[in-house]
Design a protein around this ligand. Structure first.
Ligand SMILES: [Zn+2]
Length: 323
């Protein structure tokens, strides 16, 4: 299996949180596991992406030192490996890890250290954050992405994450124009909390993939464009269910997109916060939408094609999926 859309701060499970707490002498604000689990994952009463984003407080507190970040990256990979993943892309926003005085560059270096500590093939995506007062931080992330950009086993791309409905994609032209100049590939969260227009803007800015994109079908022309230009969608069913990106999951457009030939991929987004993992996502879509084993294979081949990695490594991934 392959997960292309997994946030580091959304992947801090109960076990990882405890390890990180011990490692850094941070007392966890919970008397027992049940209480801790509640703080680390989304309640069923979650109403929107904005509510959902509130759940990141505790995980982020555990990710403010070099050792915490390195160990988290290692453990998230080990977790993925134990579930049978052959490739993982972990994303995080360096600017969210500066509370204890680290610089963005130190955050990235700590994550790279963690990457080396696991045998799983993993790449890093650096997130810019949607806000209206952090352009300098976002531009710094773009510059650091250029400095550390590689094809495999390191920083391979950037992303734009955060509250899509509050801060529009079109306001990040400057950041992505710089990324284009630098030749940094990027994905953008779009068509999740905001509609088709946000996806169109993301594509205009030069996004190679779209994070979520569930709302692409609001615009038939856009859907056609996505198919024709083979733009991969990083869909994350349980996250979309919990953030209410799709209000009625029986109408989730997965089969529709597959039938039309969209390059759909299935991912976890925030496995710990959503209390899910990739295996669970696949059983969910099998149960809910009757995804067959051939379709599952197609979804994985799409993920191999969409991966931010070298052509050689894509070949290796595809051979692995087909064997
Ligand atoms: Zn996401």
């Amino acid at each position: 299996m392959i997960d292309l859309h997994c946030h580091l701060d959304g992947a801090i499970t109960l076990e990882i949180a405890k390890t990180l707490g011990n490692l850094q002498n941070i007392e966890l604000p919970a008397k027992n596991d049940d209480e801790l689990l509640k703080k680390l994952s989304v309640p069923e009463t979650c109403e929107s992406l904005n509510d959902f984003l509130q759940c990141f407080g505790l995980p982020l507190r555990l990710l403010q030192t070099k050792e915490g970040i390195s160990e988290a990256v290692r453990l998230v990979q080990e977790n993925a490996k134990s579930q049978g993943l052959i490739y993982l892309e972990i994303r995080f926003a360096p600017q969210l890890h500066l509370i204890n005085g680290l610089t963005q560059e130190e955050v990235i270096l700590a994550a790279l250290d963690g990457l080396k500590a696991s045998e799983l093939h993993t790449n890093l995506i650096l997130c810019l954050m949607r806000s209206d007062h952090n352009q300098d931080e976002n531009l710094e992330t773009v510059k650091l992405a250029k400095k550390y950009l590689v094809k495999d086993e390191g920083v391979v791309a950037i992303d734009l994450a955060g509250a899509e409905a509050l801060f529009k994609t079109k306001d990040f032209e400057k950041e992505f124009s710089l990324a284009r100049d630098y030749g940094i590939p990027f994905t953008i969260h779009a068509g999740e909390a905001d509609g088709a227009e946000s996806v169109k803007t993301a594509l205009k800015l030069g996004a190679k993939r779209i994070g979520h994109g569930v709302r692409v079908n609001e615009d038939p022309e856009l859907l056609e464009y996505i198919v024709k230009n083979e733009i991969p969608l990083e869909m994350c069913p349980n996250s979309n269910r919990q953030t209410k990106a799709v209000s009625d999951m029986t109408k989730y457009p997965l089969q529709e997109y597959l039938a039309k030939g969209v390059k759909v991929t299935i991912n976890t987004d925030d496995p710990a916060i959503c209390r899910t993992n990739l295996k669970n996502e696949f059983s969910y879509i099998e149960k809910m939408y009757g995804i067959t084993s051939d379709q599952k294979k197609q979804l994985l081949l799409n993920a191999a094609d969409a991966a931010f990695c070298s052509e050689n490594f894509k070949k290796y991934l595809k051979e692995n999926i087909l064997k």
